[in-house]
Design a protein. Sequence first.
Length: 569
Amino acid sequence: MDAHETTDINTSLRDADIVMAPERLGAMHQNRISFSRSLIRKMARQKWQLTRTQWQLNPLGFGYVVYQLTTVKNSYHLVVFCDEINDTERNDRVIAEKWDVTFALIMGDLDEQLMAQLRANVPLQEAGRFRNKVLVLGRANKSVRVFSHLVTNLAKGEQPLPDLLAEAGYVLRTTAVYGNGKFGIADFKLLETNTDFRHSFSAQMCAVYLLREFSLDWVNYLAKQVGGDKAVKLDKRLRRYLGIGNATGLGMAPYLVNHPCIVNQWMTAREKAVARVLSMHCDPDSQSSFCKLLDQAVKHLKQTKTINTDQAESNHKTMVELISIIQDLTVKVSQERPWRDSLKYFHQFSVETQEVVLSCLIEMYPKQVDELEELMNAEENLTICAQKSVDDLIMLLKKKYRWAIDEDFSLPENNYWFWYRSQDKEEPRLGVRGQEYGEEKELPLDIGRQVNRFYFALCKYASKSTIAQFLLHYPQYRTIARRVWTMAQGEMGEIQVNVLRQDALPIHLLRCKLAILGATKFDPRSDRWVRVTFYQGAPLFSDLELTEMNENWLFPLMPCSNPVKEPKV
């Protein structure tokens, strides 16, 4: 460490009341320890290899393709099936039954018998049956306009219009990427000792990254089929610019509620990154780097298209505020002082702008931050010290769960929603309490209400009694008691939101998880689902061997005009 660095011992984390507020979680951006970012670095560092072993597509682009991924110790296969569907069958919702592309990431060898099983089941998705050699199962649809534009132009020997590509930013858009034991595929427990994918969601993010490689190979192949000798390959800068789209709905939100230990770990690791970079000293060079990243963020937001009025207004406000920061930085931010001393200045801006600032600061200090990716896993054991007194637990609740204690659950607006699972697809849904069917099947996602009831029950009990004595009399509180005791020991603890409130926005939870995975270009389609892009601007697999690659893809930008002339296919 240099003279300007400080260790985690003497760098304090921000208060959980600030970090875990839903509005702030709903403004997050990816950062260096987001899962997609850390996976790319690992691939490059360990020199993983990718080989296309089978390309069984007809001239119309239908059939299957197989890629082999070789790591230091293991081998995997991505199997992609491309099937013809009608435009009316192309649907991003979970109720869809057909997709342009379905895929699976397989561990180990791929023989003829397994391939036949995959061909019969992968296109069926949830309706299929799978062996635990399957690590990831997913499906995707074309961005029809981008796909057609790419194939048509490349077939004529011309590069596509960058502005049109920027409207979507991808060729394929995933609508589900399953892992962790769903439908018989491998459980995450099997990967705990796997050196390649022992981190949460790393296998899923790898499958998405490889799917991006396929999507680019696919359009080049089809352009050749259409244009013959006239066809050219897609410009490399445009290939890097294109990522993989994703459409995510309510199904993602309950994960954050049901896995509080993991969320606490994710957010604590991120806050340690924030604390480390805030302790670094601001000098002219770092100010210059910071301004360049802020300017990149402004251009990225300007290129980001969204149909959501609120998000468009927020993006515009953020751009205006970032420009103001760039203009005032040398005056308002103290040089030769830690960045932490300038927090008061940044706090005058919107939460969206503050989150951009933090992601940019994290981006500047890879040596201080990147190692924290190793802290992103967590054990999910909820325990309680039953010999502690009721009064001890009350004090803990007052300190860590004030947001739940102070909520008045006698008011209808604080109990407005109930969460349940749909009968057809087993996906989470929201219903209006007292007006819609399914309330009797309500999911226990009401952590705020459970804590509230638990707290007031404790207050009526003898304060010097043990927690064990209380739970003997009121066993219905055992689950929430273990949860609050465990989470109160964490640095960040719970997401501080009552998901039953009428004005609660599930989109905040979606964005939080998507940012941690590594998403960019947030385009909310409602308060319940959002479109994003993964790996936009990320190095192509062929570039991973370059150890000094340009790894900055925090806010990906559309390449300038006059693309490099690519050779004919």
